[in-house]
Design a binder for this molecule. Structure first.
Ligand SMILES: C[S@@+](CC[C@H](N)C(=O)[O-])C[C@H]1O[C@@H](n2cnc3c(N)ncnc32)[C@H](O)[C@@H]1O
Length: 217
């Protein structure tokens, strides 16, 4: 049964993700109960969405969530208390820091579900989107929050333009599953010719680099 994530033991000062739970259940339902699911959340705040994902999606044996956030002092304590109250702390990895520094340290192709809800400026969302793509396994689902957030702000202060650019750049390599206030995509497996082309260009770059070293020992 779906949990409402509102146990009286939790302390949340907002309800950011609550309206989206029905669509998360719909689009992420395939992962519920599956063993070894790995989720990445960029922007965890007080842990409300992370706890809902833990209770409803990342539920299979050995499944886990990695939470990346600046974790500013007051909210970091709240996050810790809420995660402890959920009884699922053992399945949570908390990574404190700017996503610009933290995400590059994570292994590529290692997450099944990714939630992008960190910094909201165009440039921050663009960075998080590119990293989410790098970190997503083929077949993974990426959710972007706040596509339609604060339309009165200039475009560089909100996520929309970065998400549009991401959708255009990755077109043909993703399936657009949902586009409304949130945008939900699936990363399609690369066709064999694309993998072959990537391998060839890697080999080419290595050969050129080797040649340069030999010419200038
Ligand atoms: C809207 S809140 C996340 C809400 C949470 N997903 C939920 O629904 O409960 C956005 C979070 O992103 C974090 N954040 C903002 N900029 C960030 C950055 N550059 N790197 C990492 N986290 C960032 C903030 O600290 C804040 O906690």
């Amino acid at each position: 049964m779906e949990s409402d994530g509102t146990r009286s033991t939790y302390t949340f000062s907002t309800n950011y993700g609550v309206p989206f739970r029905p669509q998360w259940s719909l689009f992420l339902g395939e992962f519920a109960g599956r063993p070894g699911v790995r989720m990445l959340e960029i922007g965890s705040f007080e842990g409300q969405s992370a706890i809902w994902f833990l209770e409803n999606i990342v539920t299979g044996a050995g499944s886990s969530i990695t939470c990346v956030d600046l974790f500013l002092p007051l909210y970091s304590d709240r996050f810790d208390q809420n995660i402890a109250a959920s009884g699922m702390a053992a399945r949570v990895t908390k990574l404190r820091g700017d996503s610009k520094e933290v995400l590059p340290s994570l292994a590529p192709l290692s997450f099944d579900v990714l939630y992008v809800d960190g910094g909201h400026c165009e440039e921050e969302v663009w960075w998080d989107a590119l990293q989410a793509w790098r970190l997503a396994k083929p077949g993974a689902i990426i959710i972007f929050d706040d596509y339609l957030w604060e339309s009165q702000l200039p475009p560089e202060k909100r996520p929309q333009r970065a998400i549009d650019r991401f959708l255009a750049r990755r077109s043909g390599r993703l399936e657009l599953m949902h586009k409304d206030y949130q945008v939900i995509v699936r990363k399609l497996p690369s066709p064999p010719f694309r993998r072959f082309r990537r391998l060839c260009s890697k080999l080419f770059r290595r050969t050129v680099a080797l040649g340069r070293t030999r010419m200038n020992p």
